[in-house]
Design a protein around this ligand. Structure first.
Ligand code: TXE
Length: 501
């Protein structure tokens, strides 16, 4: 792997768009360096898609949708294509995991065991789902039959983030294609490697123009895409500020969207919880994916009766996390995505101290490696839920711990947030877990389990965590138009307007 990485740093990859069934020329546009956050070396040169290239991509998708065979393909044909994409990802799994790791800094054990298999699974899931997903028929009214059918929405703009580039973008692509749409995909300009490679390894599987790719920065390529009149919807995963800007742009054209935005998820540990499971899960929820996860459960609430023991155990484990080169086996924490994200960690550590939090461990730039945007995994004991480290999404290896006494108190504090993505609850008391699950204002509640995604359910957030749900029915709602057809099964008794009394 090191040899391949050296080769890439000598001959960086080329990232271009893919429009109407072929890669675009690396013609004179803005050239952007794509960086390996562990080595700080260039791994690719991204030739940014201009507004003109975005226009061509949308037209290609529009033409494929309006006139091509995909929108009318049978379930069996769509399943065959989706399963072929699934197989192609698995056939290239090792390479994709390597590319994901050198582009994101996420440890190889995680990209190999979680991200890439999950990217593939999305296609298999939706291939299976569309065979069962139907509409509705209402016949209660004599003489009438009302049908609800779900039709493809058209051209979907799919904008992906940098923290799980292939996995999260694959979920959008699989859902959009499964329901018969065409799409234009835009990965993050920071992490375009695996999504671009996906387009190479699936060449020939889909009809021309069904799946297009544009690459570039948000304010250039992203803006051109979301403001293009030819798209029908946007599915976006990213930050809340960007999500809000995209929504404002979509409002002009009355276009729909699905938004998977940030989180500040509460992780509530009651004194009766399985201590070891809750501890392992708190570490995982705060530090997996280098802490760069929308569903991180890093706002940790511990019941006072076990607080000293829990905080002591947590503070012992955090400094023992293995920080290192993400391509090395055994590394648990890699670098942040870029220098800006690392500086953000430092600012939050400072703001925590200035607002009265106690530093339990970490809090500084990691200096044990010569290169890379590393930050020490950090934990702070917060004086209240009001401080910035408990309010704002930090998006890095940073846990903010609070102590509580009462169930009502902790539920209220968990809900005191602009976000509402996930609520984690640890207790052996079934009724308490049910009370908490219904009281938490979050799109998902996880009881006695850390991070888990189940595609049969919906994933998304309340409040500023987003709009819409991803997964089975949620994706169907996102990527289809619901159509109602009402048919008279017998002549109806109608008022004879204008025919006299
Ligand atoms: O992401 P952006 P940023 C959170 C996290 C992070 C913060 C900022 O807190 O610190 O967001 O991250 C594209 N029109 N999450 O600024 O900008 C961009 O090119 C259209 C949470 O790096 O949201 C990229 O493809 N597109 C999160 C994508 O949006 C635009 C994942 C995401 O980038 C655009 C990532 C525009 N005007 C960050 N501006 C999660 N929910 O998991 C940017 N983009």
């Amino acid at each position: 792997m090191q040899t391949r990485r050296n080769e890439i740093s000598r001959h960086p990859l080329v990232i271009r768009g893919y429009v109407g069934g072929r890669f675009t020329d690396a013609s004179p546009t803005e050239e952007i360096a794509v960086i390996d956050p562990a080595t700080e070396q260039r791994v690719a040169t991204l030739y940014e898609s201009s507004a003109e290239e975005v226009d061509r991509a949308v037209i290609a998708a529009r033409t494929a949708f309006d006139r091509g065979p995909w929108g009318r393909a049978t379930v069996a044909e769509r399943q065959k294509a989706l399963l072929a994409i699934h197989d192609a990802i698995l056939a290239h799994a090792e390479e994709l995991a390597f590319l994901e790791t050198i582009n994101t800094g996420i440890p190889l054990s995680q990209t190999r065991n979680v991200h890439i298999p999950r990217a593939a699974y999305n296609f298999r899931f939706f291939a299976e789902y569309i065979n069962q997903a139907g509409g509705e028929v209402f016949t209660q009214e004599p003489g009438l039959m009302s049908l609800v059918t779900y039709e493809p929405i058209g051209v979907c703009a799919l904008i992906g983030p940098w923290n799980m580039p292939l996995g999260l973008t694959a979920m959008k692509i699989a859902g959009a294609l499964a329901f018969g749409n065409a799409c234009v995909v835009k990965p993050s300009e920071l992490t375009p490697l695996t999504v671009t490679r996906l387009f190479e390894i699936i060449e020939g599987i889909l009809p021309e123009g069904v799946m297009n790719l544009v690459n570039g920065r948000g304010p250039v390529t992203g803006t051109a895409l979301v403001s293009h009149p030819g798209i029908d919807m946007v599915s976006f995963t990213g930050g809340t500020v960007t999500g809000s800007a995209i929504l404002a742009s979509l409002a002009k054209g009355i276009k729909g969207s699905a938004m998977e935005l940030g989180g500040k998820s509460a992780n509530i540990v009651f004194a009766d919880a399985d201590f070891d499971q809750a501890l392992d899960a708190a570490l995982m929820s705060s530090f997996m994916n280098n802490g760069q996860m929308c569903l991180a459960g890093s706002r940790i609430f511990i019941e006072r009766k076990i607080a000293d023991r829990f905080i002591e155990a947590f503070s012992r484990r955090v400094p023992a996390l293995k920080i290192g080169d993400p391509i090395q086996e055994g590394t648990e924490i890699g670098p942040m995505i870029n220098a800006a994200q690392r500086e953000r960690m430092a600012r939050y550590a400072e703001s925590g101290l200035s607002e009265g939090a106690t530093l339990l461990c970490g809090g500084h730039r990691f200096s044990g490696l010569a290169t890379g945007y590393y930050f020490e995994p950090t934990a702070m004991l917060a004086p209240s839920n009001e401080v910035a480290i408990c309010r704002e999404e930090i998006f890095g290896p940073f846990a903010a711990i609070q102590v509580f006494d009462e169930e009502d108190e902790v539920i209220a504090k968990a809900n005191e947030s602009d976000f509402g993505l996930v609520g984690y609850v640890w207790t052996q008391d079934l009724q308490r877990s049910m009370r908490a699950a219904s009281a938490l204002r979050t799109g998902t509640v996880l009881v006695n389990t850390p991070i888990i995604r189940d595609l049969r359910t919906g994933f998304g957030g309340y409040k500023q965590s987003g709009l819409g749900r991803e997964g089975a029915k949620g994706s169907q709602a996102m990527f289809t138009e619901m159509k109602t057809t009402i048919i008279a099964r017998a002549p109806r008794t109608l008022p004879r307007m204008g025919a006299g009394a």
